[in-house]
Ligand binder design. Structure first.
Ligand code: CO8
Length: 257
């Protein structure tokens, strides 16, 4: 089935997934979310894709979950729909995901960026968890991932006031990686994707997995997990190639095996 709410394009070594409901600032409908997780999972299975960029448009990355779809629902209906369980599938994607954000990244939009691995923002980007202002609260990571990223004080401020923060604040608070002029945010993300795509894919995959592990384990468990992933890479051709290339003073030729 062709996608109607997202656009997927493939470049050399990486893919770009663009949220595409500009008339509603990319509000995340159930359809959009279904397409997004389907596309990410499909790209995750493609060997030629070594990194994924997730973006919106200049005005909005996404202004949150689609309020019109939720407004009339009851608690039991929301529970039965369980549409937000689908969101958890983003963090299971093994390839690195770079969010390229311009304009609004609010509510579920902000939560999607926090499910990505790297966030590049334009100087016009605005991040926020405004759910409190419409009678609810964050429900897809805004109280958990945000708190881990910016700490309790700033997370409380954002979640309890609903105030949007600027790209510069987000950078200072440790929520995002980089802020660039609006003309360059996508190019910056592409440069990062190309850089990661040029690395050995198995090492990239196991390194991402180990960093994410730190969010749900003890330091002891995390260190053991890290070490095992490290040892596992010694079973790869790319480890032999990488170290031989270093000692032979030449460029490595990665096989992804
Ligand atoms: N849902 C549906 N439609 C939206 C949304 C949205 N989240 N955001 C914007 N739109 C629509 C507007 O209704 C408008 O449509 P129309 O032209 O038909 O009136 C169009 O997009 C343009 O929006 P505005 O005219 O409002 O544009 P402005 O530039 O004036 O304002 C804002 C931009 C400030 C971003 C404003 O649109 C706004 O406040 N949007 C809502 C932001 C918000 O509250 N987001 C949180 C939503 S709740 C959420 O994300 C919960 C996720 C948690 C999921 C997990 C639960 C378990």
């Amino acid at each position: 089935m062709p996608y109607t709410s997202i656009i997927v394009t493939r470049e050399e070594g990486y893919a770009v997934v663009q949220l595409n409901r500009p008339e509603v600032l990319n509000a995340i409908s159930m359809q959009l979310m279904q397409e997004l997780v389907d596309a990410l999972e499909a790209l995750d299975r493609e060997d030629a894709v070594r990194a994924i960029i997730l973006t919106g448009n200049e005005k909005a990355f996404a202004a949150g979950a689609d309020i019109t779809e939720m407004a009339g629902a009851g608690a039991v209906e929301m529970l039965v729909r369980d549409q937000f369980a689908r969101w958890d599938r983003i963090r299971k994607i093994k390839k690195p995901i770079i969010a390229a954000v311009s304009g609004f990244a609010l509510g579920g939009g902000c939560e999607i960026t926090m499910s990505c691995d790297i966030i590049i923002a334009s100087e016009t980007a605005k991040f926020g968890q405004p759910e409190i202002s419409i009678g609810v609260m964050p429900g897809a990571g805004g109280t958990q991932r945000l708190t881990r990223a910016v700490g309790k004080a700033k997370a409380m401020e954002m979640v309890l006031t609903g105030r949007m923060i600027t790209a510069d604040e987000a950078l200072r608070w440790g929520l995002i990686n980089k802020v660039v002029p609006v003309e360059y945010y996508l190019e910056e993300a592409r440069a990062m994707a190309r850089e990661i795509a040029a690395k050995p894919p198995l090492a990239v995959r196991l390194a991402k997995e180990a960093v994410l592990k730190s969010f749900d384990t003890t330091i002891e468990g995390g260190l053991e997990f890290e070490r095992k992933n490290f040892y596992l890479l010694f079973a790869s051709e790319d480890q032999k190639e990488g170290m031989a290339a270093f000692t032979g003073k030449r460029k490595p030729d990665w096989k992804g095996k």
